[in-house]
Design a binder for this molecule. Sequence first.
Ligand code: GLU
Length: 598
Amino acid sequence: MRIRPVLGVTSLAAALLVAPSPAQAGGGGHAPALGPTATGYGGAVSTVDPTATAVGLDILRRGGNAVDAAVAAAATLGVTEPFSAGIGGGGFFVYYDARKRSVSTIDGRESGPATMKETHFIDPADNTPYEFAEARVSGLSVGAPGTLATWQSAARKWGTKSLPSLLEPAARVADKGFPVDATFRQQIADNAAAFGQFDATKALYLPNGAPPAVGSTQRNPDLAATYRLIAKQGIDVLYEGAVARDIVRTVQNPPVSSNPVGSWTFPIRPGTLTLSDLKNYELRYPAPTKSKFRDLTVYGMNTPSSGGVAVSEALNILETAGLSKADVTKALHYYLESSALSFADRNRYVGAYTKNSVLQKLVSDGWAKQRACQIKPGAALTKPVPPGDITATGCTPATVGGPTEQGQSTTNLTVADRWGNIVEYTFTIEQTGGNAMVVPGRGFLLNNELTDFNFTNTQAPAADPNLPGPGKRPRSSMSPTIVLQDGKPFLALGSPGGATIITTVLQILLNRVVLGQSLPAAMAAPRASQRNTAGIQAEPSFRTTYGPALTALGHTFGPDVPELGAATAIEFTRGGGFIASAEPVRRGGGAAGVVHPK
Ligand code: GLU
């Protein structure tokens, strides 16, 4: 998403990576600039940012595998996309091992404090939930971060290079700096009031009291030093050592500036995360969700993300409809209906502790039939639709559904190597800008992931599976997805965007598989999101193109949104090649690259 006005990708990579590989040096020519689409061989990387993609490609060129490249690119995104993701946050890593032909996952989601109660986000002064912004910019919202542990675990289990060597390219980017683009500046401007309350955040992102100018060089020597400290001392420094102490101090005693820039409406409350919460942080390795769609096997992220379950349920419902590319309106009608139904069910049933038997039921073909039988070809269901009753048989809805959230934070990357291994990785600090607190002296923002819990029961009189609890992980919508065809890789994709992640992944699959679009076309196509609310959220071009036909079927549109998601994807061609794909326009456009361009 960076448009680099100062350095081209080739010169940037050369400057940052010391010895450019022959392909980067150009061998007499020039490496192609990283745009939204790249086709070729030898491995592929797609991220939102050309620096991160260049770092990932360089690792592949030097013989690293997809996991090595993904970790190095992710560490770089922690520098160049610091408002979306970094070592202060968490995420979900999905890995396809070509030799074993198996899909594994890492749950690096943030955990709440061991002392967290259901009333975590209820103001004791008046017994009402905090405003979202008040909860976000506080110590209360911060979960124990899982991102650094994820990188180390992935590198050790499946990579070929050491974590220190994978952090170093990112440390160099942080040291030398990168040019500020319009999106980077805008993300700061949107957060100026919150960022202005903390000296460390101000110093990094509001130099002279204002966002940095487009084209200026952004450096982060503190983060470079933190990465190098981790390289030297190991990740324990962030979970038990000096960095852990600084995180806990920031959470428990938010370093509110005595000389703020701008004003903040709410009190900035301390949180309760402790050193032992960090020390006790554990990754989980859940089996991926798995479902069939036509001749495809779709693997996704299991709980605490609802992504895999919701995408699978919606695909299963779609499959009952006998869709074809000949009838786009019908395909979109079923896409919107299946999204609404699966959101109703995930809101009712899916949280960190949902029983496996319930999850299995939700992704079963039998359940899809029970839900699909409500959809009418010629008339849209009234939204919100109730969740289904999983104890019943037949078309038996239960009670009412709850609201869903939306965001634009987070980042996603897709990497494949020449051996056929794949990484699909979505990671985040929740809101763009996280909880707005840069850990003093350490150069990274803390997450506000715990605001992904529901503050109060949204499902009453039924239980809400996503209320806070001791050590619990908030439900996510992140949907890193790997699709096989006849047992071989076909497509890997994911996106940021809060709860719209689920519909963005679903819609790209619909476009590619049902409507037969090429991957770049499926990515670029206008998007809409029906998350079981009265009005569909749509990009203006979606409503202009498809609105009249869908409105005639009874669908209702809410106010337009400028854009949904910022996806990355790779398709695997029959001849062993790659189509790497990123956004052409959304979030400023992404960066796709391959090792040997065709
Ligand atoms: N925290 C969100 C989730 O886990 C992602 C945030 C976003 O993409 O805006 O689902």
